[in-house]
Design a protein around this ligand. Structure first.
Ligand code: VGL
Ligand code: ZN
Length: 356
């Protein structure tokens, strides 16, 4: 996790750029950026940049109301308007003033999406230059969305799949229809893709019971699954009815023998990342929609990681199915509660999603 200390409190932030922009905008502040990993504190970057801060008082600044959504915005004029200290870039305060004015001017706009889209205005240094503003302002006006289709593979589908999820094939027509009906900027699939000796297979753990937690030699607890989605097998292929277009992103996961990977973004220990976050950010995505298999494992952990990475995240519950078996049955209410607590938007009726 990345965070910053302000008045001795630790504030988590989802990326370096956000942290730096905050650091640049707090007058008189001494700020330490701490890069944390699961194993503990790893890196400290000190910065005190009070002189870069914009004045925090003064009259409210408003200009965006003059330009209606969809009509041309004179970007140079807007940029100069919020560059209070005239140094040619926006620091955190200047950027915040712009965002506030933008939200006020575009009535009905979703503030969470504006925040997610606005990060693309920032350079990796955490400031907004005129170039980055000009290049990415369009992502505020037209936020970009991605559909993540999780693990719709033969082994998770009845009737043959080795880890078949009840009703797994029933969601496929709905997923295909959704991508036809709504103009997602990106469609990405994840593919569970295990080596034959993978640690999650009950057959590779002498004495272990399927569908129960088992302690691995390294000490981590791991749910024991029947062998599934083995690289090179038919079971690891996408279901034949699932639409996979040549321009779709495909991300493989679960390749490491020693650790499982439910989420399409990180492994279960959050030590390694797939290409997914990087690709979605390259595509300037603000809003991620999650569907697929299984509700309570790969879809759930994907949605939580997506939200933690700063994407507004919607969970398309009717386009998922859960996996469970005695002694660990599936109850969708558990997943819904966990997701809601994390700030993921759970969608109960996909027909009500009429615009992205
Ligand atoms: C999954 C269990 C094991 C999933 C993958 O796709 O939800 N579940 N591997
Ligand atoms: Zn798996």
């Amino acid at each position: 996790m990345l965070g910053f200390f302000l008045d001795s409190k630790l504030f988590p932030v989802s990326d370096v750029a956000t942290a730096m922009s905050i650091a640049l905008g707090v007058p008189g502040s001494e700020i330490e950026l701490l890069l944390h990993t699961k194993g503990g504190r790893k890196e400290v970057v000190k910065c005190a940049r009070a002189s870069d801060a914009a004045p925090t008082s003064g009259p409210p600044r408003s200009i965006m109301g003059r330009f209606k959504a969809g009509s041309p915005v004179p970007l140079a004029q807007v940029f100069a308007f919020f560059d209070s200290n005239g140094d040619g870039v926006w620091n955190f305060s200047e950027f915040t003033a712009f965002k506030k004015d933008y939200v006020a001017a575009r009535s009905g706009v979703d503030k969470e999406i504006v925040d997610a889209a606005a990060r693309y205005l920032m350079t990796p240094q955490g400031v907004v230059t005129f170039e980055s503003f000009k290049a990415n302002f369009q992502h505020l006006e037209n936020p970009r969305s991605a559909l993540l289709i999780i693990d719709v593979q033969n082994d998770f589908c009845p009737p043959q799949g080795s880890l078949k999820v009840e009703g797994g094939t029933d969601i496929i027509p709905g997923i295909n229809d959704l991508r036809k009906r709504l103009p997602f900027d990106v469609v990405a699939h994840s593919r569970d893709f295990h080596p034959a000796n993978h640690c999650s297979f009950v057959t590779n753990n002498p004495g272990a019971q399927v569908f129960t937690e088992h302690k691995l030699p390294g000490g981590d607890m791991q749910m024991m699954w029947p062998p599934h989605c083995v690289q090179g097998t038919e079971g690891s292929e996408f279901h034949k009815d699932l639409v996979v277009s040549p321009t779709d992103i495909i991300v493989h996961k679960g390749l490491n023998v020693n650790i499982d990977s439910y989420s399409a973004l990180f492994d279960n220990g959050h030590k390694f990342q797939t290409e997914m976050e990087g690709l979605l950010k390259l595509e300037k995505i603000s809003h991620v929609y999650v569907c697929g298999l299984a509700t309570n494992y790969c879809c759930k952990f994907t949605a939580i990681d997506s939200k933690d990475c700063g994407f507004v995240t919607s969970f398309l519950l009717p386009l998922t199915r859960g996996v469970g078996q005695h002694p660990n049955p599936f109850d969708p209410a558990d997943t819904v509660k966990e997701l809601t607590d994390k700030g993921v938007r759970v969608v109960d009726d996909v027909a009500k999603v009429t615009k992205l």
